[in-house]
Design a protein around this ligand. Structure first.
Ligand SMILES: Cc1cc2nc3c(=O)[nH]c(=O)nc-3n(C[C@H](O)[C@H](O)[C@H](O)COP(=O)(O)O)c2cc1C
Length: 183
């Protein structure tokens, strides 16, 4: 077992997720539970935009496209407690869907809102075929002083109505990945 200062048993792990149709939410829940079982103090945090995305898939697709085209930084709701506690996390597991080839713009807002210097970020993307897309490069640009650890992409192919996750937990790939990245 390899230990380092940022990532050791008993350390605090932030499991931050953004999810519209539920896949990333289901996997983030699994990660928080399994990290706790592995002896970490794992806290779950939902990255939520102040204005919710439309319930209808086509409208959500369109809203997300417009946000990306304008390089928007949608305001987030909540997070006051997280701001106060951010310093205690050495490790962040970031769960998100691939939206138009990268992170949803609210995740851009999130990554710019906090200081991730010296933290290790493990990205988990759920996607409909494009895996990480450009998201890993974007995370690196948004958090230049963080270490970006090994990521995992989980396929959730098919139209996803709001809150109708296709993935189920426990996902075996997620379990194996977590055992590897959280020593
Ligand atoms: C607005 C929007 C844009 C999407 N863009 C892509 C994409 O570019 N590539 C892809 O593989 N999947 C894309 N998808 C599919 C999602 O990545 C996939 O359904 C994911 O599992 C959703 O995660 P969630 O259930 O946590 O919201 C998109 C879905 C939505 C709603």
């Amino acid at each position: 077992m390899e230990l380092n200062a940022q990532n050791q048993p008993g350390g605090k792990v932030l499991v931050a997720y953004f999810s519209w149709s539920g896949n990333a939410r289901v996997l983030a829940g699994q990660i928080a539970e399994e990290a706790s079982n592995q002896g970490f103090g794992a806290d779950l945090f939902e990255i939520k935009t102040a204005t919710a995305y439309p319930d209808a898939y086509n409208e959500c697709i369109e809203a997300a496209k417009q946000e990306q085209n304008s390089n928007a930084r949608p305001a987030l709701s909540g997070g006051a407690n997280l701001a106060a506690n951010m310093a205690q996390y050495g490790t962040v597991v970031l769960c998100y869907p691939n939206w138009w080839g990268t992170l949803p713009m609210g995740v851009f807002t999130f990554l710019e809102a906090y200081d991730f210097a010296g933290k290790t970020i493990y990205p988990l993307v759920t996607h409909g075929g494009s895996r990480f897309g450009r998201s890993l490069d974007d995370i690196k640009k948004l958090c230049p002083r963080a270490v970006i650890g090994e990521g995992l992409s989980v396929s959730a192919y098919g139209t996803n109505p709001k809150d109708a996750a296709k993935v189920t937990a426990p996902n075996r790939d997620v379990t194996a990945w977590l055992k590897k990245v959280l020593p």
